[in-house]
Design a binder for this molecule. Sequence first.
Ligand code: NAD
Length: 232
Amino acid sequence: MTTVITGGSRGIGAATARRLVRDGHRVVISYRQAADEARLLEKELGVLAVRADTSNEDDVARLFDEAGDDITGVVNNAGITSPSGPLAQLRTEDLRRVVDVNVMGAFFVAREASRRMTRGAIVNVSSGAATLGSPGEYVHYAATKAAVDALTIGLGKELAPRGIRVNCVQPGTIRTDIHQLSGQPDRPDKVAGRVPMGRPGEAEEIANAIAWLLSEESSYATGAILRVTGGT
Ligand code: NAD
């Protein structure tokens, strides 16, 4: 029972690795740059860490090669933002990179999973932004996450006859380092007042939802999009 988590060296991916190791999974994480963090996690949890950029299909194939034959879980988690602002001000290279990682990367990982898995579950990580649109901040990011939702619905139907479930978690604003990428490291606390529950989420709260969707407890759920946003 091996579960592959992309972008597993920190944030939601690392919290998910911790949770799944506790649940008894053999975990393989991928990382792009944070080699030191990945090595620490290898030592702490006994997971295998593989350097692989999900926007590169050869890297994704190598990640699955290294994970081995008995892959029963995939967490399609790697994702990025870019400097934020109204669309009119965003740079072409940032738009392209966000699409490349969040959409093409998610496609490559889901495609490799569907080629190799014979049973089990895939969990895609989208965002509450997919249905809110994130005006003035990152409509491009929100649009890429809507693509991840659509991927979940279609692939859920495509793989159901083969006994592979495909679901998705839409996190709200979660306290991780991703907000540094958009130039707003304090965003989680800034938006807390707009969240019905009055606080940002923690990575572990998303990991718990992912773990449920990977487990047999959710055995009749496929194509589902689970919003974990504190009510936004
Ligand atoms: P994070 O920046 O802390 O971690 C993201 C991880 O993905 C990092 O380990 C990073 O190295 C890795 N990564 C980035 N690009 C990669 C690539 N091309 N190939 C391989 N790995 C790559 O972010 P996070 O907050 O943990 O985000 C995880 C997922 O959750 C992302 O898909 C993100 O869009 C989504 N999400 C986060 C929030 C939030 O508020 N934190 C909200 C909604 C959705």
